[in-house]
Design a protein around this ligand. Structure first.
Ligand code: GLC
Length: 692
């Protein structure tokens, strides 16, 4: 690629660092533009110098754009096509927050694999996924796109998502380059308000919030997207410390860095860059390689590179990363790699893909309540189905872009097939209420100040309760809702998030016992909005609730501290019993093994996710009351007992101190194992091994 680089003019090099919408190459394409992208100010020849495309609608559209582009390109450097394939291309999988509740990394890898195979037939080469932002605030609309509140779970699932998208390597047909996002800390917007200020310490960033991005990097993600928010008062898109010191040097990221939509220009609105030229300079110096849908690199930096005011090495480095990525993807060998209408028709929404989507949906459902084992219902019994979501097929959730909800079944469609549904509740044995949110109440620019279970649905259910029939509540939502008011009025609650194309079948199959729910919450459910942010890996404080019996301890006068449903919680139709922990030696100086017998004390076979947490009792900084360090999702047959063993490594004891140094100390650690973050067995150990 060096020889190609040496043939390029400054303007051609700058062009490779600009991403625009496909509409600019073929004017009669569907205009997917909005806001800033519409007034790019690029000349026609500059448009045909740009390096990549945001979004493409079909195989034919990609072929037309690439052809038109190459016909007008002096050096025939192919365009790179990128898009948001977040939880499926046309076969839509559960929203990422739901998939995180499966605690099954292999399913996330399957989702990513299938997404890549389908998307590539439309000539897409890079996906802006996984979103690896850790989120503790359900008011934020994009919580649906995250893997939840826990650093370890985020690390693992981001790692597996990248492995799924990129396959063995991104040269292979049917693999997508993964662009992780949004670096860094976007999920911590104040008040959960979209695009709001983020103000976190460098210590907290390292200790908690980089894990997801690191998982993606360790899996070989080829791209990282900067976030809209500030870090230490400077927008991430132009933040040299964040991009060069932390991302490149410390986290060893070697791929391409791209801005989010118009992020370069927004450094002006943040009040840092005073002009478009200064914005371009600031981002270029900070190490931003590609700017998304603004043309300032090509419009504003030419003369500074021509005159030598800016070192050419800065531009060459960025341009070479982009050229090498295009080469690695195989675009120089075949600019139309993977695109094919026939292949598209063969693989998209294929039965194999839909079957996989059902499996993922099954394991993403969380059973939050099941009094008197009302569920599973007996299919032949009479069901009265009602609620605002009974007839909708809009169950894909946000960021399902190419997913057409009209290919989805509704709950009513599937209930008619699988159950004995009756028209009036008098003759029914059960009432099943389908409620929660609509698909467009979460996602980007969908923050909410009120996350209560909808009051009109609560009132309806209270009326139905007078019928004194068992009430089963099925909730679709893109976020945790506050269920405190409703949970006492229903017998069972199935949280079905937005499960994608097979949502209806997955839920009805679970209601009638074809599927035994195994989901565990990847994010805490607050008792009240006033608790937010509430999360399990909180710090002890100097006055923990349980250590004193007086009022002067951390808490509220009108609520308990704990969430309504905690991280890691989820019921099953099976009944799992945990024995005491078995450990040979409680004084340890190296890695060690810990065992526990778990029994399925029921006739219903099913999965249980056994979780392992660790607390570091004394350290150089205050450490969380517990942190997830491992988990195992294991199948149990009827009445089966299994000995589950965990290997505890000293790396699990590692943390960052307030000088961002990695530490491991001697002393007491508490190891917890259980079915959720609050239902655990524990053992104290004394670590006397190597310190850091
Ligand atoms: C959006 C999102 C980002 C997405 C990008 C391209 O504003 O913040 O996640 O990948 O623009 O659509």
């Amino acid at each position: 690629m060096i020889s190609l680089l040496n043939k390029m003019t400054v303007e051609e090099k700058l062009g490779q660092l600009v991403q625009i919408a496909p509409f600019f190459f073929v004017r009669d394409l569907k205009n997917e533009l909005y806001g800033p992208a519409t007034e790019l100010g690029l000349s026609l020849e500059q448009i045909f110098l740009t390096g990549s495309v945001l979004g493409i609608g079909s195989p034919e559209e990609m072929i037309e754009v690439q052809k038109r582009y190459l016909d007008n390109s002096r050096l025939k450097i192919p365009l790179l096509f990128m898009a948001d394939i977040i939880h499926g291309y046309q076969t839509i999988f559960p929203i990422p927050l739901a998939m995180a509740c499966s605690f099954n990394p292999e399913l996330i890898k399957t989702m990513a694999r299938i997404s890549a195979v389908e998307a590539q037939t439309s000539g897409i080469h890079i996906t802006f996924s996984p979103m690896a932002d850790i989120v503790r605030d359900p008011r934020w609309g994009r919580v649906m796109e995250s893997f939840g509140e826990d650093p370890y779970l985020n690390y693992v699932l981001s790692y597996y998502a990248v492995k799924g998208y990129q396959n063995d390597n991104i040269t292979k047909e049917g693999s997508l380059g993964a662009c992780a996002k949004h670096f860094a800390g976007y999920g911590l917007v104040e008040s959960g308000r979209e695009y709001n200020t983020v103000d976190i310490s460098e210590y907290a960033l390292r200790q908690y919030f980089l894990a997801g991005y690191q998982g993606a990097i360790d899996a070989g993600a080829v791209m990282m997207m900067t976030s809209f928010n500030l870090f230490e008062g400077i927008p991430a898109t132009m933040n040299e410390k964040l991009l060069k010191e932390i991302l490149r040097k410390e986290m060893e990221f070697k791929g391409v860095i791209i801005s989010d939509y118009n992020g370069l220009k927004e450094t002006m609105i943040h009040g840092i860059s005073s002009s478009e030229k200064e914005a371009a300079l600031n981002c270029m110096k900070a190490g931003l390689d590609i700017e998304m849908v603004s043309g300032n690199y090509i419009l504003r930096l030419k003369e500074d590179f021509d005159s030598g005011k800016l070192p050419m090495s800065l531009l060459d480095e960025a341009c070479l990363r982009v050229l090498n990525l295009k080469k690695e993807i195989g675009l120089f060998d075949n600019p139309f790699k993977g695109v094919s209408r026939d292949k598209h028709n063969e693989v998209v929404l294929s039965k194999k893909h839909l079957d996989e989507a059902l499996k993922v949906a099954y394991e993403s459902i969380v059973l939050l309540k099941n009094d008197k084992d009302v569920l599973p219902i007996i299919a032949k019994n009479k069901v009265y189905a009602c609620g605002p979501n009974l007839h909708t097929n809009n169950l894909n959730g946000a960021w399902s872009w190419h997913g057409k909800s009209n290919s989805n079944e509704t709950y009513h469609d599937v209930l008619k097939e699988k159950c004995n549904i009756v028209k009036n509740f008098e003759e029914s044995d059960y009432i099943v209420y389908f409620g929660g949110e609509k698909f467009n109440e979460s996602g980007e620019a969908k923050s909410k100040t009120n996350i209560d279970f909808p009051i009109e649905q609560l009132e309806e259910i209270i009326k139905l309760k007078e019928m004194s029939k068992p009430i089963i509540l099925v909730i679709n939502a893109g976020r945790p809702l506050v269920l405190t008011a409703i949970e006492k009025h229903v017998d069972s609650i199935l949280y079905s998030w937005f499960l994608g194309t097979k949502n209806a079948l997955a839920v009805v199959g679970t209601l009638i016992g074809d599927n035994n729910p195994s989901g565990k919450l990847a994010i805490s459910f607050p008792r009240a909005l006033g608790q937010v942010p509430v999360y399990y890996n909180h710090l002890p404080t100097g006055r923990p609730k349980n250590d004193y019996d007086n009022e002067y301890t951390t808490g509220y006068i009108d609520s308990e501290n704990d969430p309504l449903y905690c991280f890691g919680f989820g019921l099953s139709y099976s009944k799992f019993e945990y024995d005491e922990l078995i450990i040979k030696e409680t004084t340890v100086e190296d890695d060690f093994t810990l065992k526990i017998n778990v029994k399925n004390d029921s006739f219903m076979p099913g999965f249980e996710t056994i979780q392992l947490y660790i607390k570091d009792t004394y350290a150089h900084v205050s450490r969380p009351v517990k942190e997830l360090k491992s988990f195992q999702k294991i199948w149990f047959n009827s009445n089966e007992v299994k000995e589950v063993s965990f290997k505890i490594t000293k790396e699990m004891f590692e943390y960052f101190d307030n000088k961002s140094k990695r530490k491991i100390d001697h002393g007491e650690f508490i190891v917890y194992v259980g079915s959720s973050s609050s239902n655990v067995k524990m053992v104290k150990i004394n670590y006397v091994g190597k310190e850091k």
